[in-house]
Structure formats: C-alpha cells, structure tokens
Design a protein around this ligand. Structure first.
Ligand code: UDP
Length: 403
C-alpha cells in the first residue's frame, strides 16, 4: 500500500501538504480513467501508479479498459504510427474496423464518472456517450506531424471533449476546446524505480548471461520500429570498432501492439553478428527492468518518434548517463550536454556513446544533473498535482478556487 507521506523524503513536506489540500476539493467526484491495456507501454505504466495514488489522497479514481480483438489493435497501431508521422497505408476497411469495435465498446462500457478521462486514441469514440459529465482526452502521442487523414477523422471526436492534454508544447494544435500541457512522470517508489540491492542487480545480469567485465549500453523498449532497435545496433557496432562493450536490447510487447514479435525476430536476426549483443524478450517484470537500467553504464533511447519517453525519465532518475534522440518529449528531459546527450542520427548516437565511455567523470556528472532535473519536474507528485488542478479547473471553470 503506498502512502503519500512516503514521498516526503524525496520531494519535501510542503508538496505533500499541497496535494492533500487540493484533493479535499475533489471529494465526492468520480474520476473514471479509460484506456486500452493494463500492461505494456507508458500509459499503463502511469495509470498503474496514478490511480492508487489519487485514491490515497482521497480522490475517487477508477480505471476501466476497453475491449478489442486483434484486428482492432492492428488498426489502432496503424493509427498510432500515422499520428506519429510515420508513412502508413490506411484503408476504408481499417476505419470500419475501428468504428465497429468502438461502437461495441460504446454499448458495453458503463460510464459513471463525473470526469471521464480518456487516454489515447483507442477509446476516443466513447465521447459519444457524453451527457452532463466532463470529458478529457489525454493524448500521449507526438502529434507534431500527424497524418492529416487520421487526424481529421479523430478531430470529429476530439472536439466533443471539454479539454485535451498533451505532453509537450509541440504536440498541441488549434482546437476549439481547452488544451493543457502536462508532462508524464515516474514513481520513484515503484518496483521499476526504487533503489535495489547489488545482489538483485547481479542476479538479473547472471540470469541473462551478461558480463560485468565490459561496459553495458542498454535500450529498454517495446520492440517497435519507432524505437529504432536496428539503429541502436548500428550505432553500437560503430562504437565497438573502438571500444569493447556490450549491448542490451530488452523489452516486452504490449497487449495492444501486434507488431512486437515480428520486430523482435528482426532484431534477433541482426544481432547474430556480434556475441556481445543481448536481445531479451522481457517478461512483465519491473524489478528486472530496474536492475538492467541500474546495471548499465549508459542508457540509449534512439527513438525515431516518442510521446514522452518514460524510459529516459527512469534512467535519468537512476543518475545514468543517457544518449537519446532529439524527438518528442525527450528534449524536455535532456538538456544537451547538461542532463544527457541528444542525438539525431546513428553516427551522432555512436559519437555520444563514445564520448561517455571515454569520459566517465563527464558521464557521471550529466547523470547526476539528470536525476535532479527529474526530481524537480517529472516525479509523480508533480503529475498528481497537475491532474487534480486540471480536474478542479474544469469543475470550477472561471470561478476562483479557495484552497
Ligand atoms: N517497459 C517495461 N518493460 C518492457 C519495455 C518497456 O516495463 O519490456 C516500460 C518502460 O520501463 C517504461 C514504459 O514501459 O516505463 C515505456 O514508456 P515509454 O514512454 O518509454 O514508451 P512507450 O512504450 O509508451 O512508447
């Protein structure tokens, strides 16, 4: 059971006092979260921590999940890629599948929230059930260059919401509804992020046959082309010409991502050329992710597109030197040469990796800066506060709220 007081040693007493005060104003209101998966990916990661914490401070938060067959999730993955700006062929049949499934969910799901908080495009159509309650669409996708056809299709639904929430300024658009900028966060007390004893870290390395004798470069991500695992291998191979090191590419697949296994097989095939590349299909196990991040010399996140990049947040919180692409929400977290190194290409990634491997003191300093940057901006306590203020601002509209 998490207790909000447990966060005092990390963020200080006054922040926790504020949270309790704000939560009181939401008494009696039900916040109904809806998304499409309970495990895998950043959205599920956040809801798994946020919903219990909202309850802990006294807010009646609930969480429901829509249903969908394989064909529906194939379509929503195409939508996801296209919204991120990836070229993607979408047929009329895809739109039909999306709508048929959405209408089934619309019939089956029970809407009871005073605020209905919809996460990402998969459940977006549910807003057709809007009555006198308030609806928020929380978009976790990098919408800076969306496929216009999909975006236009979704606009019919987005505009029915009372508000939309984005993770970075570049993702916002001209909408006739209110927009909020709220960055995601990590929970420093979760199994994914809490301190771990060295013997647990060592046992995970042993389990996956990873040596402690050479530097370890790691990318933890779903096996997804937008995470560019093949590009990570290419960057690693450029580094390996000069410095002996190992690469870990570890990740599971998400229940709403049917492409995962195919990409995993491609990555495994490519990895065959170097015995120091470890491609690991992770079971859903937060301690193992935590241990692999902590065991790493450097964390890489070479995404081609990224909503926010929680893996970057998690790694910086562990004071790791991070090399990551300058995309999506990553530059909010990494100030180049201050809290990590940003890159724009395979060669750029390789250059940054070499720089860290050759200058351990520099790497350490940037890792420490990164941890403080996350403490100040991207922990769940800040996120909780932002969400509660968002709910309040919708209930009270133009009124002044006396806390
Ligand atoms: N993650 C995990 N196991 C995996 C791969 C990823 O637990 O095998 C977690 C990762 O630690 C992070 C989240 O899933 O908390 C991924 O969020 P991110 O924003 O980095 O990317 P997304 O998957 O949402 O695109």
């Amino acid at each position: 059971m998490i207790k909000i007081e447990d966060y005092i040693p990390i963020v200080g007493q006054s922040i926790i006092d504020d949270l309790r005060l704000i939560a009181k104003k939401l008494k009696g209101k039900i916040i109904q979260n809806i998304n499409s998966t309970s495990v895998g990916g950043g959205v599920a990661e956040i809801l798994n921590r946020m919903v219990p914490l909202l309850k802990e401070v006294g807010v009646d938060a609930r969480w429901d999940i829509i249903k969908g067959g394989e064909d529906f999730f194939e379509v929503t993955k195409k939508f996801h890629n296209a919204l991120h700006g990836k070229p993607q062929e979408i047929t009329q049949r895809d739109f039909d599948i999306f709508m048929e499934n959405s209408l089934r969910n619309l019939e089956e799901i029970n809407i009871y929230g005073d605020i209905v908080f919809i996460h990402d495009p998969q459940p977006i159509v549910l807003v057709k059930k809007k009555s006198n309650n308030l609806w928020i669409w929380r978009c976790h996708i990098d919408l800076s260059t969306p496929n216009e056809r999909i975006f236009g299709f979704l606009m019919d639904f987005i505009t029915k919401y009372d508000a939309a929430v984005f993770s970075a300024p570049a993702f916002s658009h001209r909408f006739p509804i209110r927009q909020f900028l709220i960055s995601p966060s990590i929970d420093p007390l979760s199994d994914k992020n809490k301190e771990l004893p060295q013997n647990i870290i060592d046992s995970v390395l042993k389990k996956y046959n990873i040596s402690k004798d050479k530097p370890i470069i790691t990318q933890i991500s779903r096996f997804d082309r937008l995470k560019d695992p093949i590009g990570v291998i290419d960057a690693y191979l450029l580094v390996k010409k000069y410095i002996d090191c190992q690469l870990i590419l570890a990740g599971g697949t998400a229940a709403d991502d049917p492409e995962g296994l195919k990409v995993f097989e491609e990555v495994k095939e490519k990895a065959k050329q170097d015995k120091d590349i470890h491609v690991i299909l992770l079971p859903h196990n937060d301690i193992e992710v935590n241990a692999l991040q902590r065991a790493s010399t450097i964390i890489i996140q070479k995404s081609l597109k990224e909503g926010f990049g929680l893996t970057v947040t998690e790694s910086l919180w562990k004071a790791k030197p991070v090399v990551a692409s300058n995309v999506g929400g990553i530059p909010l977290q990494i100030k180049h040469k201050y809290s990590g190194l940003l890159c724009r290409s395979i060669e750029g990634a390789a250059f940054a990796l070499k720089q860290f491997l050759n200058s351990p003191e520099y790497a350490k300093k940037l890792g420490q800066n990164g941890r403080e940057h996350i403490r100040n901006n991207f922990l769940i306590t800040r996120h909780l506060r932002d969400y509660m203020l968002l709910f309040l601002s919708l209930f009270y509209k133009d009124d002044i709220i006396y806390l």
